[in-house]
Design a protein around this ligand. Structure first.
Ligand code: GLU
Length: 410
């Protein structure tokens, strides 16, 4: 399944709702595709394919993470860059959207190979990124340590300090307090707003994916007293109707690098068939599809992953009356704290963790309320509401730049 086609189906649907020409958003502004060598520990040289896509920059420099995954491809990076453009507009931070990736399975590389891969990718793309051009960050299978190598390589090439080049860095290199868990904290804030609005108490929660985003979401929700009945990672799906002890599950995952074998829950076929109120896809795209959507019986799907629900599955969920809180709202806490990191880097003055988290909370709650308001106005799903809100902001900027005619703001 081509995720970019799915993303464009979402766009076409919105073009129909607001009856505006959205040609400017049908393709990325720029695609950088690279092929570069990396020396392995045994001195052999291997070659890797990488991408950096700048989708739209009407509202500010491009912004979005870098993914290391064997399934990375041009269309996927384009789709992810498109969603970043919308996400940044939905939370109203002054960025366009971008994304990058390398086709690689990082789990089979040694630490030194991973470092050379990261550095050589930056050598290959350094002239298309920059603190006021396109600002990368972590995504699937990339982390603060990798951001540090990338920053160091860039600063070495340019011969100057440039901390605002990249976000999600270690604190000692200008990273922001709170960034490591901000995607999850943002999703917790959004979940609680939704539960409050719908008067739902004591929901049972199932989470697909136990990487940085899924794990920290589980941790926060567990600490707040919610019952997490299902968790999964690429090794297994686990269920315990009485609630899983998340502290123990996290300790197990950190020790063993996978969840398989954790004895605090029983193994099940799928996380989506469980009897729960909230389903949280927090892994990769194309997870809820027309093949498995009939199994879902929750009250709401909270999308922490980017693009986990296909447009066909989205329609079925709508017919079944199951709400979907869309990725471009739910997971925007990550890029929001990235924005706060960038601001701190540019001003050279750093804030306390409480200050960052209270700014995050304010931005997420505003975005939640604006998405609700928009979807009520146009009588639509939350995804359509979020798309319309984001697209209107992008089109307004494009219109003032003179790159769109006959838009809603001409
Ligand atoms: N990769 C994250 C996302 O998909 C964060 C991007 C960023 O911080 O720039 O939203």
């Amino acid at each position: 399944m081509n995720v970019f086609e799915n993303a464009m189906k979402q766009l076409d649907n919105v073009a129909r709702i607001i009856n505006v020409d959205l040609s400017i958003l049908k393709q990325p502004e720029r695609i950088c595709e690279v092929y570069f060598p990396v020396e392995m520990d045994n001195k052999e040289i291997k070659y890797y394919k990488g991408y950096r896509v700048r989708y739209n920059t009407a509202r500010g420099p491009a912004k979005g993470g870098i993914r290391f995954h064997p399934n990375v491809n041009r269309e996927e990076v384009m789709a992810l860059a498109f969603w970043m453009t919308l996400k940044n507009a939905v939370v109203n931070i002054p960025y366009g959207g971008g994304k990058g990736g390398i086709v690689v399975n990082p789990k089979v590389l040694s630490e030194t190979e991973l470092e050379r891969l990261s550095r050589n990718y930056i050598r290959a793309i350094h002239d298309v990124i920059g603190a006021r051009i396109d600002i990368p960050a972590p995504d699937v299978y990339t982390n603060p340590k990798i951001m540090a190598w990338m920053l160091d390589e860039y600063e070495t090439i340019k011969g100057r300090h440039e901390k605002a080049l990249i976000t999600g860095k270690p604190i000692s290199l200008g990273g922001s307090l709170g960034r490591i868990y901000s995607t999850s904290l943002g999703a917790v804030i959004i979940t609680e707003q939704y539960l409050k609005k719908h008067n739902i108490s004591n929901p049972r929660i199932a989470i697909q994916g136990f990487g940085n985003a899924g794990l920290n979401y589980a941790k926060f929700m567990y600490e707040k007293g919610y019952s997490i009945v299902g968790i999964s990672d690429s090794s297994t799906n686990l269920y315990n109707p009485n609630g899983i002890n998340i502290e123990k599950a996290i300790a197990y995952k950190i020790k063993n690098k996978h969840l398989k074998g954790f004895d605090g829950a029983k193994e099940v076929e799928s996380i989506f068939t469980l009897n729960t109120d909230i389903i949280v896809p927090a892994a990769l795209e194309n997870q809820i599809t027309k093949e498995n959507v009939d199994d879902i019986n929750a009250h709401v799907v909270v999308e922490i992953a980017n693009g986990p629900t296909t447009p066909e599955a989205d329609n079925v969920l709508r017919e079944k009356g199951i709400d979907v809180i869309p990725d471009i709202l739910t997971n925007a806490g990550g890029v929001t704290v990235s924005y706060l990191e960038w601001v701190q880097n540019l001003q050279g003055y750093y804030w306390k963790e409480e200050e960052i988290n209270s700014r995050l909370k304010e931005i997420m709650i505003n975005a939640f309320n604006e998405v609700i308001k928009t979807s009520e106005e146009i009588n639509s799903t939350l995804r359509e509401g979020a798309f319309v809100l984001g697209i209107k902001r992008i089109l307004e900027a494009e219109t003032y730049r003179g790159r769109v005619r006959n838009g809603p703001y001409s």
